[in-house]
Design a protein around this ligand. Structure first.
Ligand SMILES: N[C@@H](CCC(=O)N[C@@H](CS)C(=O)NCC(=O)O)C(=O)O
Length: 253
């Protein structure tokens, strides 16, 4: 179980489920959806990425890279959205969000790992690249470089600030990977009702927020009709409304 050891008395004293999150983070959406699917009450700790709330010393005591989401559950810290999903499943196994069949379970794990491994290289590169978006300024980048230990993230944000932004070849490569992934998702959904079997699992919860993010940039989901049916079914679920839609209207204090 990926628990981050801590001696910090404030963190250790936190009771219940405490989620550190940001409204529009796709990584945070998956945790809010899972909590809603499991019907678990939780305390919201809003980390406003627009004002770099993630770079405070206080938040680094929880997340070693100052990213969202992170979870403090009865004083135990867990970060990385796929690990938080696994943690919640272990602590709160009902209703079950894992397949009964071991091969399908292995595939679910693969989808969880993929969303972690591809977050910067594929999802972020394509989203930021297609709209030439920057979430940092040259000024805010100075503080980011000083505090962020994750070199891949520093390099990514620096690239978005460079004159040519993200090179087109990288964006094209990310697009090709996304198409391959959604073709695979589509073919799975031709066989099953959900991504790895006929039951909703953590794989579905991990991947639906990638749809949320990509569709704002007009990723051509119409090419994947089985995936589109799954998307339409998912986005009308109460867990999606509570975990995603509701937070788009959130105004930080
Ligand atoms: N693989 C991590 C990625 C976390 C991540 O990159 N979160 C983004 C929001 S989706 C973030 O906190 N960005 C702030 C930054 O880059 O400074 C996870 O799934 O938890």
């Amino acid at each position: 179980m990926p628990i981050r050891p801590t001696d910090d008395p404030t963190t250790k004293a936190m009771k219940g489920i405490n989620l550190f999150h940001y409204s529009q983070s796709n990584c945070a959406m998956r945790i809010r959806i899972a909590l809603a699917e499991k019907g678990l009450p939780w305390n919201s700790h809003y980390i406003n990425l627009d004002t770099q709330d993630n770079l405070t010393d206080e938040y680094f005591r929880i997340h070693p890279h100052g990213l969202v989401p992170s979870l403090v559950h009865n004083g135990e810290i867990v970060y990385e959205s796929s690990d938080i999903l696994r943690y919640l499943e272990e602590k709160y196994p009902e209703p079950s969000l894992i397949p009964d069949d071991p091969e399908q379970r292995a595939e679910m794990e693969e989808w969880l790992d993929l969303t972690r491994d591809l977050h910067i290289k594929v999802i972020k590169v394509w989203v930021y690249g297609t709209e030439r978006y920057r979430s940092k300024t040259k000024e805010s980048m100075k503080e980011y470089i000083m505090k962020q230990p994750n070199q891949e993230l520093i390099d990514f944000h620096k690239m978005t600030l460079a004159r040519g932004h993200i090179p087109q070849a990288m964006i094209d490569e990310a697009a090709a990977k996304l198409h391959a992934l959604f073709a695979r998702i589509d073919s799975n959904l031709e066989k099953y009702e959900w991504l790895v079997c006929d039951k909703m699992t953590l794989a579905d919860i991990a991947w639906i927020p990638n749809y949320t993010l990509l569709h704002f940039n007009n990723f051509p989901f119409e090419q994947y009709p089985h995936a589109l049916k799954w998307i339409n079914r998912f986005i009308s679920r109460p867990s999606y409304i509570a975990g995603v839609d509701k937070w788009f209207d959130y105004v930080p204090e």
